[in-house]
Ligand binder design. Structure first.
Ligand SMILES: [Zn+2]
Length: 310
């Protein structure tokens, strides 16, 4: 793929339930012109309300990333955003007839299938990359997240849970459409059984089940099918980070280093980065120096690993 912008060829639709709301929602992804970015639209509201997936529209980062405009919000956008980032989709309209993106199976795999079904369409204008020039870091209650200059987009992520099923996991990956679809997209969201009841009392995780999340008991994973990767938990955290960072509205050239980070800290880094104008510059990759193997060059076998969710 040269580094021109991409949208999708044709509209695609999926129906599912919201992880936190438990409500049934329909999602339609439609092609959009160059320089549109990713724009969400609540179609169940009259008049329908557009909410761009941009940092200044983020209104809540507890449990999931929520964007809003006025009183209208759309939550849990991060897995779909990760799929757009991973597949190299720059411009689309995302219509949703409810307050939350459907959780599907808890990963970005089904969204990757949808994007594949829609097909990618090259546009004329070049992508603008955000090239990181100086290290920026944020921290909060023992969690840290930083970004530093690098010739490509890569992530180091470490989690450390005081729980025997997860404990310490580390994952390091240069993120390209290929590595995203093969190693990250399928990793599911997860939750602890002991916390789910409490979350439900607070109106969260109402749609959560063994069909769309890895549920962790006292000593084991409760899902009969087990894990998709032995380190699925940290891979899912990487997926979340990719989705949240894509709120910058463009691909990033930089190396992220995360320790026990989550949506709140991801958003804080995005804000700090935008504030520190000296720490980055926008560049068009006209000579394709940063060309990455495109979605289109993935083999059927690669795709099968990404989208065939057992
Ligand atoms: Zn997630």
């Amino acid at each position: 793929m040269s580094s021109v912008q991409h949208t999708i060829r044709r509209p695609v639709r999926a129906v599912g339930i919201g992880l936190h709301s438990g409500e049934k929602v329909a999602l339609t992804i439609k092609p959009a012109p160059e320089d549109t970015g990713i724009v969400f639209v609540r179609t169940d509201i009259d008049p329908s309300t557009s909410i761009p997936a941009r940092p200044d529209f983020v209104v809540d980062t507890r449990f999931a990333t929520t964007i809003g405009s006025g009183k209208v919000t759309i939550s849990t956008i991060e897995h779909l955003m990760a799929a757009f980032s991973g597949a190299g989709v720059d411009n689309v309209m995302v219509e949703i007839d409810g307050p939350e993106v459907p959780v599907m199976d808890g990963s970005a795999g089904p969204f990757m299938s949808l994007i594949r079904e829609a097909g990618l369409k090259s546009q004329k204008r070049h992508r603008t990359f955000m090239e990181v020039l100086e290290r920026v870091s944020v921290s909060n209650h023992g969690s840290t997240l930083s970004i530093e200059p690098s010739s490509h987009f890569s992530i180091d992520f470490e989690i450390d849970f005081d729980h025997p099923v997860i404990s310490r996991q580390f994952f390091s990956q240069k993120v390209t459409p290929r590595t995203f679809s093969k190693r990250i997209a399928k990793a599911r969201t997860f939750g602890f059984l002991r916390e789910i009841e409490l979350m439900r009392k607070n109106g969260l995780a109402r749609g959560g089940s063994l069909k769309n999340a890895v549920v962790i008991g006292e000593t084991s994973v409760l899902n009969a099918e087990g894990l998709r990767f032995s380190d699925e938990f940290v891979r899912h955290k990487v997926l979340d980070l990719i989705g949240d960072i894509y709120l910058l509205g463009r691909p990033v050239r930089g190396r992220l280093n995360a320790y026990k980070s989550g949506h709140g800290l991801h958003h804080l880094l995005v804000q700090e980065l935008l504030k520190r104008r000296y720490a980055w510059r926008l560049v068009e990759d006209r000579d394709d120096k940063w060309r990455v193997p495109s979605w289109g060059t993935l083999t059927e076998k690669d795709m099968a690993t990404a989208v065939n969710l057992s």
